[in-house]
Design a protein around this ligand. Structure first.
Ligand code: 5GP
Ligand code: MG
Length: 169
């Protein structure tokens, strides 16, 4: 596999993103909402750099592109979310691809009555967005290839890799 982003590249950029986030929120309490499962490493690393009053919450979002459901239908499992009304929410996901996931999650969270909502992604694929999604924080713009590692999987494999690599299929 070809390494696209080394563990060092990622750690350096995640620390920079955390500084920018901390500057923007200026000590306001923030609830980070991570999108499982891909956000695991990114979330765990970035929060350790964030000097802010912080809550962490998780939801799961999966899009079914197989036969069972209509293509692209997004299933949101949010049973574990705390009450987010009036909270400043920062939604974190691993990668912005077509934009469908984050566009739908944004609507979902707004409808819960959050005080403010920002979005952060580690990766954004160039030339792939079909649903326009403005992200407030983006780690890296990457070429249109299938990547794994640092939380990103293929069939639930490769998530543990400390770097991000292009998977040849
Ligand atoms: P979107 O809704 O933006 O099309 O897709 C977002 C989700 O698709 C991501 O959260 C991720 O789970 C998956 N995804 C998109 N591109 C890749 C990729 O290159 N590698 C992996 N492992 N997952 C991807
Ligand atoms: Mg995902």
């Amino acid at each position: 596999m070809k390494i696209l982003l080394s563990a060092d590249d990622i750690q350096r950029r995640v620390a920079e993103m955390a500084r920018q986030i901390a500057d923007d929120y200026r000590g306001q309490p923030v609830t980070i909402v991570g999108v499982l499962t891909g956000c695991l490493m990114f979330l765990a690393d970035i929060v350790r750099h964030l000097d802010l009053p912080l809550r962490i919450a998780l939801l799961q979002a999966s899009s079914y592109r197989g036969e069972a459901t209509a293509p692209g239908e997004l299933r949101i499992q949010a049973e574990r979310l705390p009450d987010l009304r009036g909270r400043h929410v920062l939604l974190l996901d691993d990668i912005l691809d077509t934009g469908q996931t984050l566009a739908e999650l944004r609507v979902y969270l707004r409808n819960l009555g959050v005080a403010s909502l920002r979005v952060g992604v580690l990766l954004r694929k160039e030339g792939r967005q079909k649903t326009p999604v403005e992200v407030d924080y983006c780690g890296f713009d990457i070429p249109d290839a299938f990547v794994v590692g640092y939380g990103l999987d293929f069939n639930d494999e490769y998530r543990h890799l400390p770097y991000i690599a292009i998977l040849n299929r």
